[in-house]
Design a protein around this ligand. Sequence first.
Ligand code: LLP
Length: 427
Amino acid sequence: MTNPSKPPSPPSSDALASSVGRTPFFAYSKEGLSSSADQALSFPNPYGLTVRYAMKACPTLSILKLFHSKGIKIDASSVHEVERALRAGYDYEDISLSTQELSEEFKGLVEKGVKLNCCSLNQLRAYGEAFKGKKGFKCGIRINPGVGSGGFSKSTTGFSKTNVGGPTSSFGIWVGSFTDGSIQQIIEKYGIEVERIHTHIGSGSDPEIWKSVAVKSLEFAEYFDTVTSLNLGGGYKVGRNPGEVSTDLQECGGTVKTAFEDFEKKTGRKIKLEIEPGTFLTANNGALVTRVQDIVETSDYKFYKLDAGMTDILRPSLYGAIHPCTVLPTSGADREKEEVVIVGHCCESGDLMTPLPGDPEALGKREVTKAEIGDYCVIDGSGAYCSAMNTKNYNSFPEAAEVMVWEGGGEVIRKRQTVEQQWENEI
Ligand code: LLP
């Protein structure tokens, strides 16, 4: 008999592992995703808000469908992501596309309603050529406002250890193109109507920077009186580890809101706000469930080897990102803690789950519950850019399965890839 005062708990790791066949697998929390969506949708704004999910963070169809049901729109970064969003039930009009490609397909998509944000002068020219002579074709432009901010040099928009963002970034149309008139020339030549200004300064941005980015980006809206919305991108900080603080969206939105109101006082124009978080919506709503499959000791280190690795979570090896790792003993009484280095299953010294913070080149010791072979090790903060950035079969490891869990239930939303699927396109 169930105890009515106790809420039903999500299925156990054992039950989930047997439903997908084996570890590793990603587990996402339905309630968590839904609550993060609600928080994003309450971002303060004076004249209207659109929240777009930066689907590059985790494009699994079930997750897209969940956000669709909440009224969240889509930010796609390639025409392939557009196809995926359509497959999940989105309409063309729900999708904006900020892509680094200069592909031919964009014309057909724009004609069907996808909102293209041109990310370079060449993209803008191509857009102008494609719609030459057609009145009423609108587009957005992604600007590089000259500042960047982010958790790691590689996730700040602009890549350099000493000078992050701005001139070191290839993303967006450089501020200088406004002051030297080159952007205006293209717009006038083709009669393009600029409807949206877009910017994204990096992932894991400092909360203090948002107002200045809004003010700076609104200055670009002054160049075109056709602009009706400003998209400030994603990048809201998420604390994955104890002591790390997440961006308070109410506070951040409050400062941004003031910038829009000041702009209205100055110009008489009411500009709508768009935001496109990826990390904020998913990062702490997903975990990778793995098992410790070997324990190895040297004179200096004790290593736990997982049955997952950089093939599933690349962030520690790429950025030196820190994800919480929790050992869940499958048997035995209270266990002590010990300091170990946790590594992945690839034949690659860089396949590290516990680097030194920010330094993917150095081993970091982590204190965890003492493990035995076969115990679970759960890697938290894995809902964003983990399954999405898997290394696609390095060492021929299959892509992990994914499950959605909720209070009282769970279901497989993506099966583990089979080894046959890995070679089916090979001739
Ligand atoms: N909008 C644009 C145009 C973007 O390029 C991105 C991320 C986002 C929105 C979403 O940013 P978020 O809210 O997720 O910070 N792989 C890295 C981050 C690089 C993301 C690139 N663009 C990571 O693992 O943290």
